[in-house]
Design a protein around this ligand. Structure first.
Ligand SMILES: Cc1cc2nc3c(=O)[nH]c(=O)nc-3n(C[C@H](O)[C@H](O)[C@H](O)COP(=O)(O)OP(=O)(O)OC[C@H]3O[C@@H](n4cnc5c(N)ncnc54)[C@H](O)[C@@H]3O)c2cc1C
Length: 405
């Protein structure tokens, strides 16, 4: 056994955890009089957005967001403490941070690849949620095969002009800015022909955002069309032709491989609590479902996986315990999303026939939350790279098995 102190023995971290817990106890708001979306992927109205924006701003002002980010870029300059704040937010069951794409993707990518001017201009708005971001990577023929991006940016008289079609763009309807991957060198080998931009969306001439309806009946993602959109060269991130390398930084953070400004992947303990509460409330064979051995067995199995995921998240923070940088993050992405799916499925089953009713049906139990969570869970096993793709990467790059083609 190592004698190295565990993170919780660190006095600064302990004091900060206490600050987070006491601030959250005093300031976590009561739910608003209107329904909130389950995740940032389902924000549907300005009213929801503004309520959630105010919450993120309050968390940032209280130093629970942007802990690891240097002060000159709007952060709090307290390196290594974001994970503590993220855990405190999850433990409190606090509302989520709405500027998800900014915190998890744009901000860490700008910090890694941006100029000083770009960091000063964009990072503070990511943290405070003053500027909402979306991610323009996927296209109708570029999803798993991201390097096939066809949106084109052409440099004419020092100004880029963008044409193309992005799809599945979460939050685009509300977004001020987009992290945009576009093809700038059409004759280069496909990974080498891409460049990464920070592109204004709201009110930008030539940009059309069209909402898409999801399986759950909610709006969430969108398609975004670019028609001769002008983009200043100062909005290029990193060098021309290095878009693939920059996008890999984004994906590493999106898949939880590093604690980003808003924190890495947190196991959603609140969902497990809600499931246990449901199992206590509903009956199976004339008795509370929680007393049924089959139900108990499935709940315990979900709890064991949740404990394993939490332990892996701790382990991922100790470099000496990580043999390959992708192993734990990719495992966590696959297991957390599939765990959430199994949990929502059990919740739906426990509701019996009522579990088939949609959120719009007044007799749906819990406002239709379980079937909505179950249908929505499929999106999470697809977003940020499908489970099949994560398994391919784990097999080929981590386990070094032969390539599939
Ligand atoms: C909820 C949600 C939010 C999203 N938000 C955004 C966003 O904000 N911005 C953005 O840019 N994108 C977003 N996406 C898009 C997401 O990144 C893509 O859907 C994803 O990368 C898969 O691409 P695709 O949909 O084109 O499917 P495809 O790549 O066409 O895949 C179809 C099927 O084939 C399988 N498959 C493909 N290639 C292989 C292979 N080599 N081996 C094994 N199986 C394979 C896949 O696993 C999948 O089951 C979002 C998606 C969802 C569901």
């Amino acid at each position: 056994m190592s004698d190295a102190p565990s993170p919780d023995d660190d006095p600064e971290r302990r004091a900060f955890a206490a600050h987070c817990a006491s601030w959250l106890a005093a300031h976590t708001p009561e739910p608003p009089p209107f329904a909130l979306p389950a995740t940032p992927l389902e924000v549907q109205t300005e009213q929801q957005l503004e309520w959630l924006r105010a919450w993120q701003r309050a968390c940032w002002q209280a130093e629970l967001v942007g802990c690891d980010v240097p002060r000159e870029y709007g952060g709090h300059g307290r390196r290594g403490l974001q994970a503590t704040a993220t855990r405190a937010l999850a433990a409190r069951g606090a509302p989520f941070l709405v500027n998800l794409v900014a915190l998890q993707m744009a901000c860490p990518t700008i910090l890694a690849h941006g100029s000083d001017a770009q960091k000063r201009r964009f990072v503070p708005g990511c943290l405070s949620a003053d500027e909402i971001w979306c991610q323009g990577f996927s296209e109708p023929n570029a999803g798993s095969d991201l390097a096939n991006v066809q949106a084109r940016a052409t440099l004419r008289d020092g100004v880029w002009r963008v044409d193309g079609h992005k799809v599945w763009t979460t939050l685009a309807r509300f977004a001020d800015w987009m992290i945009l991957l576009a093809r700038t060198e059409p004759d280069a080998q496909k990974h080498a022909g891409l460049t990464y931009f920070l592109c204004p969306i709201k009110g930008q001439r030539g940009v059309t955002v069209r909402p898409l309806v999801k399986l759950t009946g909610e709006l969430g993602f969108n398609e975004v069309l670019f028609d001769d959109v002008e983009l200043a060269d100062e909005l290029r991130l990193d060098e021309r032709g290095r878009g693939w390398q920059v996008a890999m930084t984004t994906l590493l953070h999106e898949r939880g491989a590093a604690d980003s400004a808003g924190g890495g992947l947190a196991v959603p303990a609140a969902q497990l609590d809600a499931l246990v509460a449901l199992a206590r409330r509903v009956e199976r064979g004339g008795r509370p479902a929680i007393e049924d051995p089959w139900v108990r067995d499935r709940i315990v199995s979900l709890m064991i996986t949740a404990r394993g995921l939490a332990a892996n998240a701790e382990r991922a923070r100790e470099p000496a315990l990580c043999d390959h940088p992708l192993r734990l993050p990719l495992q966590a992405k696959v297991l957390t999303t599939e765990w959430a799916q199994a949990l929502a499925h059990l919740g739906m089953e426990l509701q019996g026939a009522a579990g088939a009713l949609s959120a719009a049906d007044p007799s749906a139990g819990d406002g239709g939350a379980w079937p909505r969570a179950y249908l929505g869970s499929y999106g999470m096993t697809i977003a940020a790279g499908t489970s099949e793709i994560q398994r391919n990467i784990l097999a080929e790059r981590v386990l070094e098995l032969p390539r599939h083609r």
